[in-house]
Design a protein around this ligand. Sequence first.
Ligand code: WT7
Length: 649
Amino acid sequence: MSNTIESHLIETRVFKPSDGFAQRALIPSLDQYRELYQQSIQDPDGFWSKQATELLLWRKKWDTVLKWEAPFAQWFVGGKLNVSENCLDRHLNGPRRNKAAIIWEGEPGEVRTLTYQQLHREVCKFANVLKRNRVQKGDRIIIYMPMCPEAAIAMLACARIGAVHSVVFGGFSSEAIKDRLNDSQAKLVITADGGYRRGAIVPLKKNVDEALKDNTLVERVIVFRRANNEIAITEGRDVWWHREMEYVDPQCEPEALDSEDPLYILYTSGSTGKPKGILHTTGGYLLGVTITSKYIFDLHEDDLYWCSADIGWVTGHSYVVYGPLSNGATTFMYEGAPNWPELDRFWKLIEKYAITVFYTAPTAIRAFIRWGDSYPKGHDLSSLRLLGTVGEPINPEAWIWYHTVIGGGRCPIVDTWWQTETGGIMITPLPGAIPTKPGSATLPFFGVDAAVVDETGKEVPPNVGGKLIIRRPWPSMLRTIWGDEARYEKQYWSDFPGYYFTGDGARRDEDGYFWIVGRIDDVLNVAGHRLGTSEIESALVSHPSVAEAAVVGRPDELKGQAVVAFVTLKQGTTALPELRDQLRQHVATMIGAIARPDDVRFAEALPKTRSGKIMRRLLKEIAAGGKVTGDTTTLEDLNVLAALRGSDE
Ligand code: WT7
């Protein structure tokens, strides 16, 4: 039996960048992309050396571009620079000085704008606050904040003095903070009294207090006043952000850091096991996020760029804060939920601020589809010129909806594949150069040597599924798992020695385009056929009644695995019994009888992690008829699970 993953859902639609878009784009043609890509692969040292010189400001030039002792990479060895200087100071000498760096809207509706000059001043002051509180280079700092400018200020202030931040998503509980405090051995926490979410106040400081109950390492908690909710103050430990800021002066020289000095640790929200502290360092990471932001979002001086991710995820690090600011762009931040106070909040924001580039996740897009077209259609979205997605494979039908209803048919979509570990985008269209196909992340970015291989590490022919690997180091790659080199080596570099294994399954089509089918653990084995769950899900979502689908396997004596589909329907559609058979037939027509779900279950909602990834592990347990036993702490809404179980019994 072959071990390859079969692929049956073939998407044939192709969207070329319009002439208008391409003419103005930073990379305006496929030929130009190919030429640069060739250079980056044939002479990586020359390519990266040139980019690092052009795109970043160095205090001292590097001696060696790459030192590679597999699986450990060092980039720009001997070079010195500072991330906050690159994101701020270097924009102060010209017209960007008074350009907006951050435009922010709180959930209740307040608006703040910080120019580069203002942001620089705040960061310098807060860096002095950190110093005043005995933070030194190399110390770990936990940041647990709402989406507000101070979250970015805290990150940049750490970077300025060489402290290592670890941002914990504001939706996580005190348990999650505790784990991360312990693993990182942090000595200071930056938080806020509370933050707004769907009209309620999230008690951030209270969660920190809870997490610190038996902690002996944390000496200081700095509290930003955001929501004015009542909090407890522990004398001698807790201090107010605004009070501290009164004691410091606004000059703070950026520390000249080694290119390989740590910049941050970010814990991945993995659905099983102990969280992994992914370590990113300074020079390579900054170059990676700078160059990808520039060319993939095609940043022009007059863009207003909005990435809707929370700073608690890597997307928030790379594409809300570091990438855009390093490019001198204006980054828009919004504090709250997309459905507050109404289901049109995002479209209201896009209209009000005339946002030009919008980057969000497929899970959000599917929610918008479910809520209905009337919400975006009630707003003028004509300022948009470019759209992006990240986080999961996007179902072709969701792609088409995004393109038509949000993009008005005129905006290219960049479907960007990457991971917390990769630091920056790896496989993606360049919007003025690469024709897109709905559901494909298209081609590798500069310097990315991606391939799809079989179990033996051999590249598979076109349209045959396999494992997605990266065959050489890249500047923004993770350097290790914090405190666990053995796990780093085993997790990423042992399946195919010398190569990075992404954990994802994929295929390439005859044009070399990558189609990511999701985590390899999500591949089903049905009667000897290996099927990616995402294809079956996409087939289901292409049915007019379906909003969202999750497919899992259930042990089956005959077939090995039976296909079980959990489906949520569009608003206004009823779950009639005949729809079940229609959907099964629909999949058989779209993909083939082999993929026909054995069981279709209608659900009100699907269990998701806080970052919007469907927790298939839980669905698998439900499909198998058992109780849910595994860890559910990353689940966003426990009620969803109860409802699913109810329909089961
Ligand atoms: C995993 C990484 C990278 C920031 C957000 C997620 C899946 C991500 C895509 C895409 C298909 C995608 C992969 C990947 N993924 N982007 N465009 N198409 N799948 O970061 O939590 O580290 O997750 O998300 O499975 O391995 P993360």
